[in-house]
Design a protein around this ligand. Structure first.
Ligand code: FAD
Length: 478
């Protein structure tokens, strides 16, 4: 069958409202991805709105020769040349109080979850990811990092993600708990095992009076030193319950939108669910820095998510190569080295200087309560922080600039961390083709390969990053 005929046959299986060609309003919205270089201008976007049409489409696509990919929020760069299958229609949020669980549509954006929960059960929460415009499906299978992860672990941990409904590539529909390999393979690995339609997530009671938000601190070496020292002094190795924070930098122009005074700033984006009094004491060292702008307030979880909502404006606006690494401790020196690295990049000027950044996600994780063999991503033990770098350039950058940006993105963590860099600490939510998956999945690697080959024997659904799994299996003799 020719590609044109295959595309026509696929459309004949769906209703007109489930098909978006390049001329439709909504085509871009359903297909756009965060890092522009990942976008592949799909010929067709389909948005099945029932399990029945989804399973017909999945089976057809698997048996076809079409290049296709499943997408939810696009933050992970899911795209394809022929067909993007958007799971956005599966976006319901159902709280079942008696079971203390939320059945959450895998195609929802986290903003939709927060909005419903604030209305129906504001005193309850799941281990919800922080950024409101990312997809539920992609972010959970990428591990799932929440403001609550320092206390309760990642969203995909067995304690938090209890089950998932999946349309397998043969079109059959299962709850993954009926097939332990499948459920296991969804915990922290974007393997491409099928299309998830729904998660069953543990709900927990949580305070609605959370203190935090941004503290904007004028950039400059003395303040960098104070911030680095302040952070290191909080990281004593003793758990810091209900506290989490980001550290990043912003240009004066962006900072002024947030209430800054026009200078480039360091941003401490903090959350303290122990309340305002506790938070003001804990972060006194930051609030007292001369010139610091205190943008903190008391909010609930939805309020916190909304603080990050404006970043959606950057979706698809730049090419970007990110890497994230887990860390057990953050020292003063590492924070200072990150500032120096960024300073070097920014000296080069141009679009790369504007689009390249680092982000410390501090007190943002803890060990799962289950052994590392119970999730596909074994996740380094004792990790408490995530450190992320992203190198970017403009969407129309030439080949040389693109190559330069890739090299910056690829080497950033190694450059900053020096001999403290170890590939096995790399976080699975921003993997690239240069990462050594065997080292990262460590003792679980053989099972990862087996599970991928079991659920996608023809290699039809791309994993993140794309891998020739048949070749890996043959090499391993798995
Ligand atoms: C700006 C930004 C903010 C972020 N913030 C957070 C955060 O707060 N917490 C956090 O944990 N992570 C965060 N991340 C990382 C994020 O979790 C990953 O990028 C994740 O892949 C995004 O999922 P998505 O659905 O938006 O992306 P997509 O690009 O749509 O999908 C990513 C992967 O998931 C697969 N997939 C999508 N939908 C389905 C489905 N229904 N069934 C099966 N597979 C599917 C895709 O095929 C692809 O392999 C952030 C990333 C960015 C760029």
């Amino acid at each position: 069958m020719s590609k044109t005929t295959e595309l026509q046959t696929l459309q004949s299986l769906l209703s007109p409202s489930e098909i978006l060609t390049q001329n439709h309003d909504g085509y871009l919205q359903e297909s756009i991805v965060w890092a522009q270089q990942a976008y592949q201008h799909p010929t067709l976007v389909i948005r099945p709105n029932s399990i029945d049409s989804l399973s017909k489409a999945v089976k057809f696509l698997t048996d076809s020769s079409l290049d296709w990919q499943v997408k939810t929020g696009g933050a992970g760069g899911a795209s394809a040349t022929d067909v993007v299958l958007s799971s956005r229609a599966f976006n319901s949020t159902e709280f079942v109080r008696e079971e203390e669980v939320v059945y959450l549509g895998a195609g929802a954006l986290w903003a939709e979850y927060y909005e419903v929960m604030e209305r129906v059960a504001p005193e309850w929460t799941v281990i919800a990811c922080r950024t409101p415009f990312i997809g539920v499906a992609g972010s959970i299978i990428a591990g799932g990092f929440s403001w609550l992860s320092g206390d309760y672990g990642c969203t995909s941990d067995p304690d938090n993600m209890l089950d998932a409904q999946v349309v397998k590539l043969d079109g059959s529909v299962v709850w993954a708990s009926e097939e332990p390999d499948l459920l296991w393979g969804l915990r922290g690995a974007q393997l491409g095992l099928g299309v998830i339609t729904k998660f069953k997530l543990r709900a927990r009671k949580y305070t609605q009076k959370i203190w935090g938000g941004m503290i904007l601190i004028p950039k400059g070496k003395p303040n960098e030193q104070t911030v680095a020292r302040g952070i290191a002094s909080m990281d004593t190795g003793v758990p810091l319950p209900k506290v989490s924070m980001f550290l990043y930098t912003l240009s004066g122009m962006l900072a002024s939108v947030l209430g800054g005074r026009g200078d480039d700033v360091l941003v401490l984006h903090i959350l303290d669910a122990n309340g305002e009094e506790h938070g003001r004491k804990l972060f006194g060292w930051a609030l007292e820095i001369p010139g610091a702008v205190d943008k903190t307030q008391v909010l609930n979880m939805q309020g916190f998510a909304k603080l990050q909502a404006a970043a959606v404006a950057n979706m698809g606006k730049a090419k970007a190569w990110g890497q994230a690494i887990t860390m057990a401790r953050v020292t003063e020196q590492v924070v200072l080295d990150a500032f120096r690295w960024l300073e070097r990049i920014q000296k080069g000027g141009g679009r790369i200087a504007k689009e390249t950044y680092f982000l410390f996600e501090l007190f943002s994780m803890r060990d799962p309560t289950t052994p590392s063999s119970e999730s596909a991503w074994p996740r380094p033990r004792d990790a408490r922080h995530v450190f992320l770098t992203s190198a970017g350039c403009g969407p129309d950058a030439g080949q040389d600039e693109v190559e330069q940006t890739i090299q910056i993105g690829k080497n950033a963590l190694k450059e900053i961390l020096g001999d403290k860099y170890e590939e096995r600490y790399i976080d699975t939510n921003a993997l690239d083709e240069w990462n050594d998956l065997e080292t990262i999945y460590a003792e679980n690697w053989k099972r990862v390969v087996k599970v991928k080959r079991k659920y996608d024997p023809k290699g039809r659904l791309r994993s993140m990053p794309a891998v020739d799994w048949k070749e890996v299996e043959e090499r391993l003799g798995a």
